[in-house]
Design a protein around this ligand. Structure first.
Ligand SMILES: [Mg+2]
Length: 501
């Protein structure tokens, strides 16, 4: 069955959202969407760049990404409003929430656009034309719900792949649905200038124009080897595929946001008060780097940095601190982790002063900035909005390979941690049991000569408790603890090989 993909794009997102907010606060206010207006820059000093414009402003030639001064020269009456990131984030959230009512798999690709996998929609409606009609009705329903409940409009592009759906949503605006199925590519997409092909930046377009390739159709009909020769292997191949409407990338569902990031490691050899200064820094550096890079991958930062240690007695201790500014910088995480570790382990109050040694060390980051978009500068938004960030055709905007590392949710992390811990605990216990038992069955050991391993040594006819007895009792207690914690028979006495892994 052919896939059905929707690309839903908010019309003039920032401008619309600013307009909607003004109208909600004052229903009599001027609707910015109906007049030449723009979001961007410093409204008073008139510096900065335009990040969104109304459709009437567009008619004056005002462009996203151009300096405010230049826009004002084109349109002296242009109404400028400042950006309002908090409102934009909230409307974005509500927009995506509506899409999720219609599709199980929704992939948000920027603050104001998302793909929906609607495969199966319209199935059973009858002929292919009737099925397409049914799909259009679903799209109309989505647009209506967004318009009526949120007060702004979207375009919906529909096709059997993401590339064509995205191209379709960019056709005439606002508040419209367009289809661009493969059988419509020749009629609707090939006549367009090559610059309008998704993933074709200005430089690429200029190069192609110089070869006489003016439209998307021209590129589609060009031998891909010629395109590769002109643009390089990767970019040439991409342009040819895109021009022919080929794209296989799946809609990737929005992943559950992680609540915290952490990483920990069990030492091969315990860290002690003596080797702390020498060995701990390398562990903290490595852990901080892994935590920081995972956060960066997800575009989040954390306010709270924590450390975890586990002692030779299997007790976990943690310390954490809140930073003034959120971070994903490994150096900042590491510095905080070191400070916390010093506090936890060294000095008069430290665990080392109590004779503890450390067998596991971890670094965590929590108190995350709640939106993955928090990091992006207005400039990034602008890039996302205008496609100006796309002037790198070598980057396939719809890569088929390159599976992202899944976000590890807090629950995943906890589960992983528990498994790691259990493994490490068991390993250590098995080793200890083996060495204890070696001693117990050593014929030269007093305990081995006199005792049935299952018999309680305390009951032994009032005999004084030997060192071996004491050891055995400790061993039994330890086994009890493990079995209580991890289930009966996790460890058993006898040959260590019988201990269940
Ligand atoms: Mg948009």
């Amino acid at each position: 069955m052919d896939r059905i993909i929707f690309h839903v794009d908010v019309n003039s997102a920032f401008l619309s959202w600013s307009a909607v907010k003004r109208l909600r606060e004052d229903p009599q206010a001027l609707d910015l969407r109906t007049v030449p207006s723009a979001v961007g820059g410093d409204v008073k000093t008139r510096h900065g760049i335009i990040t969104a414009k109304s459709i009437p402003a567009k008619k004056y030639g005002v462009q996203t990404g151009e300096p405010v001064m230049k826009a004002l020269q084109k349109c002296p009456d242009l109404i400028l409003v400042p950006g309002d990131r908090k409102t934009y984030k909230e409307y974005s959230r509500q927009f995506i929430a509506i899409l999720k009512k219609y599709a199980e798999v929704v992939e948000q690709v920027s603050i104001d656009e998302a793909y929906m996998d609607m495969t199966g929609a319209g199935a059973g409606a009858g002929s292919r034309e009737e099925e397409r009609q049914a799909v259009l009705e679903i799209a109309a329903g989505i647009r209506k719900e967004i318009r009526e409940s949120l007060g702004f409009t979207v375009n919906v592009g529909i096709s059997s792949n993401k590339l064509l759906a995205k191209m379709a949503s960019d056709f005439q605006k606002p508040d419209l649905t367009h289809t661009l199925f493969p059988d419509e590519v020749a009629g609707k997409m090939w006549p367009l200038p090559i610059r309008e092909l998704h993933g074709c930046g200005g430089a690429t377009a200029a190069r192609l124009n110089s070869l006489g390739i003016l439209t998307i159709g021209d590129a589609a009909g060009t031998d891909p080897e010629i395109l590769k020769g002109a643009l390089g292997e990767k970019a040439g191949a991409h342009i040819w595929r895109a021009a022919n409407g080929i794209s296989n990338s799946p809609v990737r569902g929005t992943r559950e946001k992680a609540k915290s990031y952490s990483n920990e490691t069990t030492m091969a050899e315990d860290i002690t008060g003596q080797n702390y200064g020498e060995r701990m820094p390398a562990y903290l550096r490595r852990l901080s780097e892994s935590v920081g890079s995972r956060m960066r991958k997800d575009s989040v930062r954390a306010y709270t940095i924590g450390v975890i240690v586990k002692t030779d007695q299997f007790h976990r201790h943690t310390r954490q601190k809140r930073l003034d500014r959120s971070t994903s910088d490994p150096a900042v995480i590491e510095a905080a982790a070191r400070e916390l570790m010093d506090r936890l382990l060294t000095g008069e109050e430290g665990l080392f002063s109590r004779g503890r040694t450390i067998r596991l060390v971890g670094v965590s980051a929590a108190g995350l900035d709640d939106s993955p978009y928090e990091q992006m500068s207005l400039f990034d938004w602008m890039g996302a909005q205008t496609g100006s960030g796309e002037d790198t055709p070598a980057e396939d905007p719809f890569p088929i390979t390159g599976v992202k590392e899944a976000v590890r949710t807090a629950a995943d992390q906890k589960a992983d941690r528990e498994v790691t811990e259990r493994k490490a605990d068991r390993h250590r216990m098995v080793q200890e049991l083996a060495s204890e038992e070696k001693m117990a069955y050593n014929p030269s050991s007093a305990a081995a000569e006199s005792e049935d391993p299952d018999q309680d040594p305390g009951r032994k006819g009032g005999a004084p408790v030997s060192a071996a007895d004491e050891k055995k009792r400790r061993l039994d207690a330890m086994m009890d603890r493990i079995n209580r914690r991890y289930g009966q028979d996790t460890v058993r006495k006898g040959d260590s090989r019988k201990a269940r892994p």
